[in-house]
Design a protein around this ligand. Structure first.
Ligand code: ZLS
Ligand code: CA
Ligand code: ZN
Length: 394
């Protein structure tokens, strides 16, 4: 009745602390932590909490954050607030704060909460208490060791991977956010123990962060440690379900086979969906979810860490991450949204009233982008990564 069919024997853990929801980047800022509340409402509305182990996560400590971030950056992050920030103008610029990464009330609490949730998720996997661990509040892939960038203040992904490297020789990072996963790529640039694979919109002049070209593969010389272990799939506007799915399966499948990681981290940024406020792709929820299902199907007995990321049309973010939580636990959800969830109105879409009296889980509305991909261009992208993989050994 609650939509749960039968579990497939995967132990799934869910890591969350509802205190993240209440933080605000500012009224006009596209990053809205309350999208996490909306996601959680859907997940609970479908009863998925009964199919996983739900952990109340704790904030990461300063010592934990310092495993990746510098002391000087953390000092500033801990000290600055909207009232005193005028006194810290030079540091503010140096550490990447500004319109994208504003100083806001409760910033330290917010960043330590999403960081703590990813660390707890990684540890739960490493102690074999779960096969798949989920943190939708994480996936903030742009943060650098000494700087905030692109709405990201601490890099929970790097912290989680560092934890996993204590137990596994090789970790694979896959990133389906519409933006390039530059912070994670940079953190593990000089090691062949982490392979980073990002799919993203690439247009260095106009689209953030401007990195992630096909020839950005790692340190320059083949004998340098980490050479060839950064993999990038630069894409253009409007890629559709079929094109993306085909590309994703061929490339990600080949990377898993070649690199043979001991554990996998999947960043599921929902800004690669059609109709996203900042995105450029045309993916539907089922195609986005098919990436999660594909990675899960290739994990066999490797632990899988599933993280959130971007996603700027909150009702679509919540739908996607609810659908993907169901894929993780192996549940089939009925298409009509539960009737009794709080904030059900939020799922009604922009044009309230006509037609959408019974909103669907798997449908998204919103403007689509013109598809700028050709079969030949996509084939070249696959060839390019497969060529690079000749240098990658598990
Ligand atoms: O991957 O494009 C940029 C940088 C700028 C243009 C925007 N201005 C404000 C700063 C300089 C070149 N930044 C991107 C960052 C995208 C981060 C994606 C994060 C992730 O999804 C992972 C979580 C960007 N795109 C759109 C905006 N910033 C943006 C749009 C609207 C606003 C409001 C608030 C702030 C200023 C006005 C803002 C940023
Ligand atoms: Ca990406
Ligand atoms: Zn993004």
């Amino acid at each position: 009745r609650n939509g749960i069919e039968k579990p497939q024997g995967y132990k799934v853990s869910f890591h969350y602390n509802a205190d993240v929801e209440s933080h605000h980047f500012g009224k006009t800022h596209p990053m809205k932590p309350w999208r996490l509340m909306l996601s959680k409402q859907l997940i609970v509305g479908y009863g998925l909490q009964y199919a996983m182990e739900c952990y109340q996560s704790l904030p990461a400590t300063r010592q934990e954050l310092a495993r990746f971030h510098t002391d000087r950056y953390l000092d500033f992050l801990g000290i600055v607030n909207p009232l005193n920030m005028e006194d810290w103008k030079a540091e503010r610029d140096r550490f990447g704060f500004g319109d994208d990464c504003p100083v806001f009330d409760g910033m330290w609490d917010y960043v330590s909460l999403y960081g703590g949730a990813s660390l707890q998720a990684a540890r739960t996997l490493m102690s074999h208490e779960a096969d798949i661990a989920i943190n939708w509040s994480g996936g903030l892939h742009h943060a650098k060791k000494s700087a905030a960038s692109g709405f990201c203040y601490v890099n929970d992904i790097v912290l989680a991977i560092q934890e996993m490297l204590r137990h596994h020789a090789r970790v694979l990072y896959v990133d389906i956010d519409v933006h390039h996963g530059d912070g994670v790529e940079q953190a593990f640039w000089s090691t062949d123990r982490v392979c980073t694979l990002s799919y993203h919109k690439y247009d260095p002049e106009v689209f953030f962060p401007g990195t992630g070209g096909a020839d950005e593969t790692g340190p320059p010389h083949s004998r340098d440690e980490g050479a060839h272990h950064a993999l990038n799939v630069p894409l253009d506007d409007g890629i559709d379900d079929e094109q993306y799915g085909d590309l994703f399966r061929r490339i990600t499948g080949a990377v898993i086979d070649a690199f043979d990681p001991g554990a996998i981290v999947l960043q599921c940024g929902a800004d690669s969906l059609g109709g996203d406020r900042l995105g450029r792709f045309n993916l539907n929820i089922k195609a986005h979810g098919a990436c999660v299902a594909f990675v899960k199907s290739r994990c066999h007995d490797r632990p899988l860490l599933i993280l959130g990321g971007g996603g700027y049309t909150p009702r679509n973010v919540a739908r996607t991450w609810c659908h993907e939580t169901a894929l993780a636990v192996g549940a089939e959800l009925r298409g009509t949204l539960p009737a009794h969830i709080p904030y059900r109105q939020a799922f009604m879409g922009e044009d309230n009233g006509a037609g959408l009296l019974y909103p669907e889980l798997h449908n998204i509305e919103g403007k689509r982008h013109q598809n700028r991909h050709s079969p030949a261009g996509l084939a070249r992208l696959v060839e390019n990564v497969l060529t690079q993989l000749r240098y990658v050994r598990g």
